[in-house]
Write a protein that binds this ligand. Sequence first.
Ligand code: ADP
Ligand code: SF4
Ligand code: MG
Length: 337
Amino acid sequence: MKRDPILQINDLKISFQSGKRFLPAVDGISFELREGEILGIVGESGSGKSVTSLATMGLIPSPPGRIDNGEIIFGGRDLTTISEKEYRAIRGNQISMIFQEPMTSLNPLFTIGNQLIEAIRLHTKLSKAEAKARSMELLKLVGIPRAEGILAEYPHQLSGGMRQRVMIAMAMACNPRVLIADEPTTALDVTIQAQILALMKDLNQKTNTSIILITHDLGVVAEICERVIVMYAGQVVEQGDVRTILKNPQHPYTQGLLKSVPDLREKKERLYSIPGTVPTPGSVTQGCRFAARCSEAFTTCLEQSPDLYTMEKDGHEVRCFLHTVKEGRNGHVGVTS
Ligand SMILES: Nc1ncnc2c1ncn2[C@@H]1O[C@H](COP(=O)(O)OP(=O)(O)O)[C@@H](O)[C@H]1O
Ligand code: SF4
Ligand SMILES: [Mg+2]
């Protein structure tokens, strides 16, 4: 059953000024988030994942940032065209976001209760007492047992996992329709990471909030997402159902990411990592953006840039010439490692 989209991003382009030039950090991204689903966005650092989510929240710093093109459709409106005042009614209410490092979003000088109650009162008309009751309810929702005690504590008194739970509680304060979680478990150790992922899945099921989960780890996507978008150098390079893509990854980049997921059953000495790094915005002016790191690259890859191609077999999409150029593949130029 295909559910309706709650959020649609169409051909979004965002650049940042560097000297006199504007360099594209997000370069023509399109995707949709469907009602009640958990969508994964995966890619190495510098792919444009955070810029995409900040744009959805209306938080691109300008200058140096600029939205050059595209639409962000939510609730029948294009959010790239609304005023800051209108955005304030959406941000934190209907769309909220949690970040990688909760310490930077919590104020160290105020108690958890103070901050949670303030956040609730900012977005609702609840009295202080009602907001406190709602805070307790939210802390229970995110699996914090001794809510009353936590309300009186300061952020530094909590463990990393507890702080992240508090941040999730804050983000859920107004029953948002969309929750964007930007690397919410990256700073946490593996056991706590698993607990936070389970919590997000649980919230998704209990509240039907649609979630965008951003991560550099395909293993995290495999845990809780239904669909996934793989981003590379500001573009979507592969997208589709998680099960299809994990079983049948078609882009050499996705294949590399999959090889770098730690397998708990096999204790490998050193984990595979894709050679090289993501090119900086604007630095690849010709050819496929992944070519310099791709073991499969052939001459065409250095000359032209591939479009997204829909796989006939399962409908998932991939941006790679291996699937469009069937014959006459010219000289192999791929990196060997
Ligand atoms: N505030 C900023 N100023 C200038 N450039 C930025 C800024 N934020 C992001 N960028 C550029 O956008 C690219 C993508 O960033 P980001 O979306 O944070 O990547 P990811 O979240 O995938 O690691 C960065 O490599 C950087 O070049
Ligand atoms: S288009 Fe060429 S360089 Fe790019 S990923 Fe495919 S094979 Fe590799
Ligand atoms: Mg990021």
